[in-house]
Structure formats: structure tokens, C-alpha cells
Ligand binder design. Structure first.
Ligand code: F6P
Length: 320
């Protein structure tokens, strides 16, 4: 490997900059050249490729977003697009590429690997929905941002003796909702993996809690269930308790990364370079049982992940 390309793809996540910085600096330390590819696979197809030096990544470890910017790209999903992308890599002398993103981005990396470009994936998503890893770049920051926001909603909810439904991101996965639900002591946590759509149970729960003197009722609702505004109207009508919906939205994707996101993203970025230098390809970096690991992308994409049952069960007792 002589020249390593790096791109961020899919939704941005805090800590991506720390990973880019680590890729650039570890590669330079190992005597390799680095090229930054702007706007993910879309930028690769547009040949938006720039040389990167150590100084180009100074003062970014603390910044949210991604300096390389990111995009979702339909053309790259076609065999023609993938072939053209591999040719562009070769034209620019890129013989190894590090892709920071989610499962969809790894499928792209898999295709490039099959076309002769050595690829390593880094898990970058606030959703934590990548099966081969217990940690994804951005989750820790996002979940802390959401937790702080929910604390604030709770203050006003209690003052007004309201019920508050707070919708958090996560696409089809409920990890942000579960973590916030526990961290914020939510009375109900609605996860796409668990919710049985029996709203009457929530209504009964609110009425029981009111009888017991509870002054608020926080419902953390996952984006994968959604419809928080209409749910609030129905719950208010059924319980007589004033109910408001708050959708936290994209604020969860921004902000300065936490210490954990900076350190883990830095470690993963450096490891991705080291794997390429060892001649490895079609691998994805992960974190399991206290260790940074790498798996074959095909195997990683075939793995399954579930909401931790014990934490989900105890969350109900803890919000008594
Ligand atoms: O994957 C990250 C994520 O923020 C999801 O939680 C959410 O469903 C999605 O991206 C939103 O995507 P967009 O920014 O394209 O609206």
C-alpha cells in the first residue's frame, strides 16, 4: 500500500473528524500518502479528491460533523458506478481506502474490495445499529446530547404536571431510546424492536402514576416508531393529562464529540491504517468485549444484533 484514501459516508456522526485525523496521521507516520475524498462515494465518482497532510487535520479532533463532508449516493449502488469508482481510485493511485460509515457504506466498500481496491470499514453512526461492534463512532456523543435535552424537557414537564413524549433518532434501531430511557428515568420506553402498539397500556400507566402522585410522565419514543405528535393527542384525550411531543431531530447528530468518541475513533482510525499496511482488505473494525477487533465485511454484515433484554426489562422496574 502506498496511498490511502479516506471518506465518510451516510449520516455524519460526532467523532468522524477524530477518525479522519487518526487515519491521516497514522498513515503519514507509516510513510504512506493520504488522499481525502469529499462527500462520500458521490465525491469519489466526481473525483473530488485532495491530498492530505498532517496539518490538514489539526484543530479538528474536537469538532462535530465531518470535514470531508458526506452524502448518500445512488449511482454508486449500480455495478457501473462501482466499476467507475474503482477505476477512479486506480487513476489517483489510491490502492487502499478507509470508509467511515454504516452498513450501507460497508456494502460499497465490499464492492470496491472485489474490484481490487483494499478496503477497511470503520463503524460511524449515532444509531449503534452495526452488529459486529458494541461501539459505533458518534453514539456516545449523540446519546449524551439527547440525555441532556430530555433532562431539560423533564424540568418543564414536571412544572406543568404534563406527560412528555420525546422522540429520539436511531432509524430502525432503539439503542438511543433505550439508553436515554434508562439515563433519564423515563416512565415508558418505546423501542421498534419491542413495542406492541398497545397504547392502552401506556394510558393505564399514566393514570396509575398520577394516582400515586407522580408529577410527570416521560415517554422516550424511538424514531423507528415515530408519530409522536399524533400519539400525544390521543394520550391527552384518553388520560386527561396535558401531553406534549418533542422531536429532538438532527441536534443529536451535531456537537463536539465526547472523550470516549474521540479516543475510540482515534484508535479505530489508526487501526484501519495498520490493517491496510498489513495487507488486509475487506475488513471492518469493531469493538467487542473490551478489545478493538476486525472482521471480514461479509461476515460482519451477516451478524445480527438485539436490544439487550436484561437492560430493557430492568428499565421498567427502575422507573417505578
Ligand atoms: O443514521 C443516522 C440518522 O441520524 C438516523 O438516526 C436517522 O434516521 C437518519 O440518519 C436521518 O437521516 P437524514 O439526515 O438523511 O434525514
Amino acid at each position: 500500500i502506498n496511498t490511502i484514501g479516506v471518506l465518510t459516508s451516510g449520516g455524519d456522526a460526532p467523532g468522524m473528524n477524530a477518525a479522519i485525523r487518526a487515519v491521516v496521521r497514522e498513515a503519514i507516520a507509516k510513510g504512506k500518502k493520504v488522499k481525502g475524498i469529499k462527500r462520500g462515494y458521490a465525491g469519489l465518482l466526481q473525483e473530488e479528491i485532495v491530498d492530505m497532510e498532517a496539518k490538514d487535520v489539526s484543530d479538528i479532533i474536537q469538532r462535530g460533523g465531518t470535514i470531508l463532508q458526506t452524502a448518500r449516493c445512488m449511482e454508486f449502488k449500480t455495478p457501473e458506478g462501482q466499476q467507475r469508482a474503482a477505476e477512479i481510485c486506480k487513476k489517483h493511485g489510491i490502492d487502499g481506502i478507509i470508509v467511515i460509515g454504516g452498513d450501507g457504506s460497508f456494502r460499497g466498500a465490499q464492492k470496491l474490495a472485489a474490484l481490487g481496491i483494499n478496503t477497511i470499514g470503520l463503524p460511524g453512526t449515532i444509531d449503534l445499529d452495526i452488529a459486529c461492534t458494541e461501539y459505533t463512532i458518534g453514539f456516545d456523543t449523540a446519546v449524551n446530547t439527547a440525555m441532556e435535552a430530555i433532562d431539560k424537557v423533564r424540568d418543564t414537564s414536571t412544572s406543568h404536571e404534563r406527560c412528555s413524549i420525546i422522540e429520539v433518532m436511531g432509524r430502525g434501531a432503539g439503542y438511543i431510546a433505550l439508553w436515554c430511557g434508562i439515563a433519564n428515568g423515563a416512565e415508558d420506553i418505546l423501542l421498534p424492536e419491542k413495542y406492541d402498539y398497545d397504547e392502552q397500556k401506556i394510558v393505564n400507566h399514566i393514570i396509575e402514576n398520577r394516582k400515586r402522585g407522580k408529577q410527570h410522565h416521560i415517554i422516550v419514543n424511538a424514531e423507528g416508531i415515530g408519530h409522536s405528535a399524533s400519539m400525544a393527542k390521543r394520550i391527552e384525550a384518553a388520560t386527561g393529562v396535558e401531553t406534549r411531543a418533542t422531536i429532538l431531530g438532527h441536534m443529536q447528530r451535531g456537537g463536539s464529540p465526547t472523550c470516549k468518541d474521540r479516543v475510540y475513533a482515534s484508535t479505530m482510525g489508526a487501526l484501519a491504517v495498520d490493517l491496510l499496511c498489513e495487507g488486509k482488505s475487506n475488513r471492518v473494525v469493531g469493538y467487542r468485549h473490551g478489545d478493538f477487533v476486525d472482521d471480514d465485511i461479509d461476515a460482519a454484515l451477516a451478524m445480527q444484533k438485539c436490544i439487550p433484554e436484561y437492560q430493557y426489562q430492568i428499565s421498567k422496574n427502575l422507573s417505578m
